[in-house]
Design a protein around this ligand. Structure first.
Ligand SMILES: Nc1nc2c(c(=O)[nH]1)N[C@H]1C(S)=C(S)[C@@H](COP(=O)(O)OP(=O)(O)OC[C@H]3O[C@@H](n4cnc5c(N)ncnc54)[C@H](O)[C@@H]3O)O[C@H]1N2
Ligand code: MOO
Length: 585
């Protein structure tokens, strides 16, 4: 994000300028957020309000939400005021952040200055002050002066400085990397942030046996019914004794008791000082002992156990609760249960768990040309690949995938199918008909009778992606090209379905590797390309980037991401690689 500051003495007109700049920059099609520094003990809240009462009762954060806005009140308590960088990190991505105040921070700024207030410039020598916006010309400044009343000129200056416009002379176009056809189109980050902010869980809950719990989402915190380990035990086959029985140096010789402590059959008696007893891995430590020597390091002779006394207290033992204490929250509500989580729940005594009901994901395909795989030899017909692919994705992500069939390019049939489906599913995924052609009925129908929250994203493949609602149900209108449908499902549907199902918004972890390829692209869209890691750990690309070449999906082991602004990648350049496993595949 680009950051630009406005500073000035009190009453110089900072806030008025901020207000005018926001309006101006917004009107040019950019997204803007603001940060204002204040010295006061400011408060957005009022005594008596519910949120105030939550806070007064000691809540660390209070989040107020409505269908129009949300606000998070965070009480700093004894913590220090966060620096600007930390504050900025809390904002959703936008083109430009205007910062009022924070004059000592290193971002570029405009100083607002009025003659006749009996003051001098705040930071005449400060190189981060790039211009002075003033009501009177000032002679001899090392930086440009701008007319404080000419908002447009000040906005031009800031946009040029931040690179959102190359120079003020270029006319009122959008960013230099943002060709005209992309204007108004959300970036991937913006579309994801909006989606994330709009969704919450829609599923109920049920109790299932642990054997059925894999790939389900915990509906409540899982609390350990007993500790792991449940009692202090031995990590090795050997001999248990009290560490205090050992001489400071040299060889220990302890009296070896008859009997043993085995897993499931602990030694029944007490082990007196100066004695040792045989113990097996996993067996409870007998009373009177605290340490174990491995049997390979000890020698029993004439009723005495000899070993080197250089043994640390507590060696080769596992303390009760050292992994998880009884009563601890072992897994938080919302956790997706994988094999590791299932093992953990078992060890903590949870034979059954409260999980979210499975999200019902309805998948349908649109297009007159579609036919069931193998059903015709007519080359004008396309075998429906998206539906089985998207059903397989939804099932792999743990949801209940519901096949809603195939709808021809007919608006009435589409409406009837969506209406019927809306009663039986929690979320709809369509493919095809998402762009603006005459047979693109999904976008048209949503636009006229449903709700479109986002249409078109600066993404390749997947530009026509449509996010909306039908009868209040979230709908993902994925593009028809199979590769576009696949990529948009991974980037948008997967994290969103997780939230709807009661889980977390899923970020896909990626890592940086050298490119094994060269490519050029137009600036503006973020690209996700089918890729494979070579034996040397470089990312190689599929032979074509056409989004109809579905064989690339079977070839790829992951996706390479190329940023919006990139125009040229040379072999060896760092690129971001996301293995398919990062998308739960
Ligand atoms: N004038 C424009 N044309 C197109 C644009 C655009 O912005 N302006 N965008 C292109 C891009 S990018 C894509 S992606 C496609 C997607 O558009 P739609 O969502 O409207 O998809 P369709 O036109 O219905 O289908 C596109 C393509 O994919 C095939 N398809 C559709 N469904 C399936 C399926 N279930 N299984 C296999 N193949 C399927 C369909 O037969 C078409 O060949 O639009 C571009 N055009
Ligand atoms: O960007 Mo479309 O979604 O490539 O083929």
């Amino acid at each position: 994000m680009r950051i630009y500051g406005v500073i000035g003495w009190k009453n110089a007109g900072k806030t008025s300028l901020m207000e005018r700049l926001v309006t101006d920059v917004r009107a040019r099609g950019f997204t803007v957020s603001t940060v204002k520094h204040t010295h006061h003990r400011f408060d957005l809240d009022r005594p008596g309000k519910d949120s105030y009462r939550h806070r007064a009762a000691g809540a660390r954060e209070v989040l107020l939400a409505s269908h129009q806005r949300w606000a998070l009140l965070h009480e700093l308590g004894d913590e220090a005021e966060p620096p600007l960088t930390e504050v900025l990190a809390k904002l959703a991505p936008v083109d430009l952040v205007l910062v009022e105040g924070y004059k000592r921070d290193s971002h570029p700024k405009v100083e607002v200055f009025r003659e006749g207030e009996g003051r001098s410039l705040i930071q005449p020598e400060d190189p981060t002050v790039r211009a002075v916006a003033t009501d009177q010309p000032i002679e001899g400044l090392p930086v440009p002066t701008l007319d404080l009343d000419d908002t447009r000129a000040i906005a031009d200056f800031i946009l040029a400085e931040t690179g959102l416009r190359r120079t003020a002379e270029e006319g009122p176009s959008a960013a230099c990397f943002d060709p005209p056809q992309l204007q108004g189109m959300a970036s991937v980050d913006e579309a994801q942030a909006a989606l994330r902010g709009a969704l919450s869980a829609v599923t109920g809950q049920e109790t299932v046996a642990l054997g059925e719990a894999a790939a389900r989402i915990l509906a409540a915190d899982a609390v350990a019914l007993r500790a792991n380990p449940p009692g202090t035990n031995s990590a090795m086959d050997g001999f248990a004794f009290a560490h205090a029985s050992l001489p400071a140096t040299g060889e220990a010789a302890l009296t070896l008791l008859d009997g043993r402590s085995a897993a499931g059959a602990p030694y029944p008696g007490q082990v007196p000082p100066g004695h040792a007893v045989k113990i097996l891995t996993g067996a409870l430590m007998p009373e009177g002992t605290d340490s174990v020597v491995m049997q390979e390091r000890a020698r029993a002779e004439n009723g005495l156990l000899h070993f080197d006394s250089a043994v640390a207290p507590g060696s080769n033992t596992r303390a009760k609760g050292e992994d998880v204490a009884e009563g601890a929250v072992a897994l938080a509500a919302g956790t997706l249960l994988g094999p590791g989580e299932v093992g953990l729940l078992a060890v903590l005594g949870l034979g059954e768990v409260a999980v979210r009901s499975r999200l019902r994901v309805g998948v349908l395909s649109t297009g007159d040309e579609l036919a069931a795989p193998g059903s015709t030899r007519d080359p004008a017909r396309t075998y429906d690949a998206n539906r089985p692919m998207l059903l397989a994705l939804a099932a792999r992500w743990g949801h209940k995938a519901i096949d809603l069939g195939h709808v021809p390019d007919d608006r009435d049939t589409l409406r009837t199918t969506l209406d019927k489906a809306a009663a039986a599913v929690d979320v709809l995924i369509t493919s095809g008909g998402a762009s603006a052609g005459e047979e693109d009925h999904v976008s048209a129908l949503l636009g006229s009778e449903g709700r479109v929250t986002q249409w078109r994203v600066a993404l390749k493949p997947g530009k026509p992606l449509l996010l909306g609602q039908w009868q209040g149900l979230p709908l993902f209108g994925l593009p028809g090209n199979p590769v576009s449908a696949f990529v948009t499902a991974l980037l948008f549907a997967r994290p969103a379905l997780s939230v709807l199902a009661g889980g977390a918004w899923l970020e896909a972890p990626g890592f940086t590797v050298p490119a094994a390829f060269a490519m050029t692209k137009r600036a503006g869209r973020r690209e996700f390309l089918r890729a494979r890691l070579t034996a040397e750990g470089r990312a190689d690309l599929f032979r074509a980037d056409s989004s109809g070449m579905i064989s690339g999906l079977a070839w790829a082991s992951g996706l390479v991401e190329i940023g919006e602004q990139a125009q040229e990648i040379a072999p060896g350049d760092p690129v971001r690689y996301y293995p398919l496993g990062s998308f739960g595949l």
